[in-house]
Design a protein around this ligand. Sequence first.
Ligand SMILES: Nc1ncnc2c1ncn2[C@@H]1O[C@H](COP(=O)(O)OP(=O)(O)OP(=O)(O)O)[C@@H](O)[C@H]1O
Ligand SMILES: [Mg+2]
Length: 388
Amino acid sequence: MDKVEKSASSFVDISKLNLTDFRNHSFTSVETDKKFVAFVGRNGSGKTNVIEAISMFSSGKGLRGAQLSEQSNIKGNGGWSIFMEVKTAKGITKLGTGIGSSQMMEGKARQCRVDGKFLKSSREFTNYVGIIWLTPQMDRLFIGQRTDRRKFFDKLVCLIEPSHEKNIKDYDRLIMQRNRVLVDMDDKKSWLDKIEKQISKIAANILISREIATNRLNKIMDAEVKNNLFPSAKIVMREELGDINTRSSMIEIEAQLQKLFFQSRVKDRDTFRTNVGPHRTDFTLYYNKNDMYAENCSTGEQKNLLVSVILAEARVYQEINNGISPILLLDEITAHMDNERVSNLFEQIGDIGSQTWLTGTSEHLFDCISDKTDIFNINDGKLDHNAV
Ligand SMILES: Nc1ncnc2c1ncn2[C@@H]1O[C@H](COP(=O)(O)OP(=O)(O)OP(=O)(O)O)[C@@H](O)[C@H]1O
Ligand SMILES: [Mg+2]
């Protein structure tokens, strides 16, 4: 089947998921035709592992950012695979990813296939399915490391501006090169000039993509969405870019960046790193009602702010993909959330139309959506289906 053709009535839902030797699942198969799919079980039973498996159908290392070898079942033969079928208005598309034990030993990348054809990389899965996740580890996003916030934010940007991912990769590689060349910069001036020119060009694209994505997300978060209990907020970027005006033309931004990198050379050489540029950007959310930045809000408020961003992201994704909603993976989303907000969250998701994969320690957490939900009990990496 060709790339998913997008039309107003389009949808992309997972109808089948198989895990083979993935984490504590020797073999797990799930079939569903519901919009909500929930995994219920004790701590350590294998719930998050199922949604981590789905997250492997996006570019990168999935929701745990794990190494491939960590994901093979310790009782298996060393390899693992995940297969899923996604249902669209045009039929079924088959997606597969995994790695064999010998490829693992040789340090190879995982293989990715769609309808039997190999993809160049997992990045190409994004042509078939959009995946957004929220995990309990992200609860500390606003008070944790700046790098994690930037990665989280850049991932959102990638769903809106797919070229962003390659730009970030290329940019990071060039910054590393620049740091190396800086050590003997007096001998390598022309090389440094050349690298900084390249860096500035990519950096300008990165800044512009971030700006576009931020504006789109902020517009949605600012709009009155019907009955939405999640806070109205605004993404705020904290750049380390001196006086650069990111609203100027691309050529001007590039020139300003080049000047900035040039001026920072001596300091950067002395500190063994590049102190300015989009790799230093931080971001936060401004909670309108509290008149406060997210890092100063309560734990529950911070979580709700994150949910606001995720919902906005799903809506923007839908806008730019002619009505197709992304798949949502929400790990332990109901923890620390009041009942009214839990049912409102499911209402908002219902409105967006995203198929949503959930985890929780009790099926009662999903009572308010029981009629639309497939609930599976997991015990030690094995599933029982609960008819509801
Ligand atoms: N490569 C692996 N092989 C076998 N088991 C693994 C592997 N990696 C992780 N596990 C185990 O998988 C189990 C389930 O992990 P998972 O995070 O999915 O649990 P969970 O059901 O989400 O639990 P919680 O409710 O605590 O979040 C853990 O006991 C973990 O030790
Ligand atoms: Mg878990």
